[in-house]
Write a protein that binds this ligand. Sequence first.
Ligand SMILES: *Cc1c(COP(=O)(O)O)cnc(C)c1O
Length: 508
Amino acid sequence: MTLPSRHAPLAMDAETFKVLGHQLVDQLASLLASVPARPVTRDHSPSAVRDALDLAGPLPEHGTDPAALLADTARRLFDHSLFNAHPRFFGYITAPPAPIGILGDFLASALNPNVGSWTLSPAATEIEAQTVRWIAELIGFPADCGGLLVSGGNMANIVCFLAARAAAAPWDIRAKGVSGRAGRPLVAYASAEAHTWIQKAADLCGLGTEAISWIETRDTLQMDVAALRRAIDADVAAGRLPFLVVGTAGSVSTGAVDPLYEIAEVCREKKIWFHVDGAYGGFAAALPDAPPELRGLAEADSVAVDPHKWLYAPLEAGCALVRSRQALRRAFAYHPAYYHFDDRVLNFVDYGVQNSRGFRALKVWLALRQVGAAGYRRMIADDIELSRAMARAVERHPELQLMTQALSITTFRYVPADLRSQRGSDAVEQYLNQLNEALLDDLQRGGELFVSNAVIRGRYALRACIVNFHTSATDVDAVPDIVARRGRILDRRLRPVNDQQVRVADSV
Ligand SMILES: *Cc1c(COP(=O)(O)O)cnc(C)c1O
């Protein structure tokens, strides 16, 4: 049977593609220019968002005009999105997209190479390989390491965790599983400030989250290395098998950097894989005046970094780097080892979890080429300087209390003027936690700025992280007054309920 004239409704002629594409680029250019004048986000309910985007209907049986569809969808998205490209977006660790990265993603998806195998993606595979080398070079890790791009920091860390697991087990753990050598449970170490990826990794790998030994931190929220040593020795004495120590290079709450050199020394001595989670702070190692501990990531067996954070790649882009290319390959490949020594047939499918893979590297590579290492050092250094300026502005404000400042994260809380001298009393601390939690919610809904939160030694704090090349000194200086103004309103609203309680508890 033949199809005399096939009708493929998804196909688009070149002229239509051009018209639709230009129209979309025009809309996006206007949007990007208008973001600073828009609210960071709008306080719309889930059902309001569904209504605005007309999401209630059933799957349409028939199609619609693509030009109107695209233009209308773009407009509705503009009105119902949170803009992490807003200069006053300071939440979590979520960066604005580099414009060249936006265009790079467009180009990448038009070519649509499958970067699982070299044959299917000759140019894309080579660009990804160079991107990995450049990322390693930028942070001072050996450029001949193994590595690949993945969806984000979680996956990058999980890939390294799996590499450590395969390398460390004295039995064939990929074939026999974790119970292959009954009675010798594997143990991974991380500080209490480590990100939740490690629980997901331990769970996914079949070790279970109880295989994580949580090491206490010092006052600075950095891992206590003496406690790490004690924990390792106790586990060895009890017949367990320490296989991985995770150092965090920039904790997600406060930007704390673990003492990486000291941890590296422990790992060398005890022959344990040393992994650094640099998803947030790793790229700051590129700075000449980086915190000295940060450079210790160069001593790690593996490092995870997140180009969609401080390289401003549009989501998603994480990067796993493993010192020994063979160790990475041994954790994932199912081909004989001889298949691979020739670099012309670098098949990324052998180095990670994914099979079919998109061309994530292009947006990262284009941005690295556009601004170079110097351009990135400048932008990262400015983010850190602005965060320090925010800390100073917070400190000057009579109703704000600075809690921490490290890398580009500043944490602080609102303290009503009359409660300032009563800090530390249980009732007042409890009220301040309640007040600041309510304040966070209020600020996030208000749209003037966007911060997230941290809990620091039991105290609820607002947290501003600057990974944002749009942010200026004016934006930073505006923060204390906005926070205090909203804080005062909330304090008036919440205090009558608590006032009596606060006083009673205080006088006890
Ligand atoms: C952001 C972050 C992660 C998780 O990265 P994703 O890109 O969100 O998956 C892990 N660890 C640290 C320290 C992070 O800052």
